[in-house]
Design a protein around this ligand. Structure first.
Ligand SMILES: [Fe+2]
Length: 378
């Protein structure tokens, strides 16, 4: 059986932030990150829309990039005191991911972080609040997914939490919010989104419905990312759309080891998630190729490679991987990770092997396989 779960409402388009007026409730906790939403005036606008809709608003500000368990617990405490019936999270992946986890501990104070590490083990949410997500980056797609990534800095592990309970009720995707995103962020989050689309397309649980989302996402992202990095309107708009189409797919089938390895690199070396994904993706695609049937032909086609129907298996597989490498290079992401140390390989490989994304990979990767793949980054 396959389950397909999405937010009940997705608003998309310029100015749709205003939809906040129409949320029905009494109190909203608005969770944001480091201040870019405030500086650009979007925070005030969001607060005003919520108030116009008759809500009392409490802010939870300053969620850091790669949010910690401590930040989550502190936010949950504020929520328990304020008792919101809406949690509204606005910003990059981090405040939205943190707010999703806060939601769990707001509704279930007795639950511990360890209790929810196992995928699909969450208690039933929406007993106290519903959740609206408003992204300001074009990559994680957390506004439409069942995932949240929280870091335990004590153990140096990034946990991808997964449960359909944390798929938001409402996603508000307003391209105005991503128009001010710095070029580097656009490149990083864009390659993260491409990695979602390609890993989601080739993951073990993929089926026709999710293939449809992933292939379309690969096409839109490949067509839009260079333009988005060059700050064209078309490019930014395309990425805002392509990234969450990828999200709608992978949220329902999971990812693979490019993500397991990227989570590990992020936790150990602070490598930005999109950079780690971009570096791992072509290496992992080569490794997975013999378990993906004809799918690389479709990836190559979606990425604009011409003449794929005339190509033999080896040629189209190489064409797909090359197209990914070219895109990554064109948006300024290096292929090698300088910080990587040989002596770290055993820990990295063990940690990636234990990551919740690993079982979805089309080919079962052993710790030895993962060690060899990390080596290719040097
Ligand atoms: Fe990702």
């Amino acid at each position: 059986m396959s389950r397909f779960c999405l937010p009940r409402d997705i608003y998309h388009g310029k100015g749709c932030l205003e939809e906040l007026k129409n949320l029905k409730g009494k109190k909203a906790c608005l969770v944001v990150g480091g201040g870019s939403m405030k500086r650009q005036g979007f925070l005030d606008r969001a607060v005003n829309y919520l108030k116009e809709g008759g809500m009392e608003v409490r802010l939870i500000e300053g969620v850091e990039p790669d949010p910690s368990v401590e930040t989550v617990m502190k936010g949950a405490e504020v929520m328990r005191e304020f008792e919101p019936d809406w949690i509204v999270a606005m910003g990059g992946g981090s405040p939205i991911d943190a707010a999703k986890a806060m939601w769990v501990f707001y509704e279930y104070p007795e639950v511990s972080f360890e209790d929810i590490i196992t995928p699909f083990s969450f208690p039933e949410l929406r007993q106290k609040a519903k959740f609206a997500a408003i992204p300001s980056t074009s990559g994680t797609a957390t506004e439409v997914t069942a995932f949240s990534v929280i870091t335990n800095y004590q153990t140096g592990v990034k946990y991808p939490l997964a449960d359909f309970n944390i798929t938001p009720d409402v996603a508000i995707v307003d391209p105005d919010l991503v128009s001010g995103l710095p070029v580097k962020q656009v490149a990083y989050t864009g390659m993260d989104a491409l990695t979602h689309a390609i890993e989601g397309y080739t993951t073990k649980a993929a089926w026709e419905m999710t293939d449809m989302f992933h292939l379309k996402a690969i096409e839109i992202i490949s067509r839009s990312l260079r333009g988005a990095v060059a700050n064209t309107k078309e490019g930014r708009k395309g990425m805002a759309l392509g990234q969450y189409i990828a999200g709608m797919g992978f949220s329902n089938v999971g990812l693979g080891i490019a993500h397991s390895m990227a989570h590990t690199l992020g936790a150990v070396y602070d490598t930005p998630h999109g950079v780690a994904c971009a570096m791992m993706l072509p290496i992992v695609m080569e490794y997975n190729a013999d378990c993906t049937g004809e799918k690389y032909r479709e990836i190559a086609r979606a990425m604009g490679v011409e003449g794929v129907d005339q190509m033999d298996q080896e040629t189209y597989r190489k064409a797909a991987v090359d197209a990914v490498r070219r895109l990554s290079e064109d948006v300024g992401i290096p292929a090698k990770l300088e910080a990587l140390k040989e002596e770290d390989h055993p820990f990295l490989a063990e940690s990636a092997h234990a990551d919740a994304c690993a079982p979805g990979n089309p080919k079962d990767a052993s710790v030895e396989d993962l060690t060899a793949l990390f080596r290719k980054l040097m």
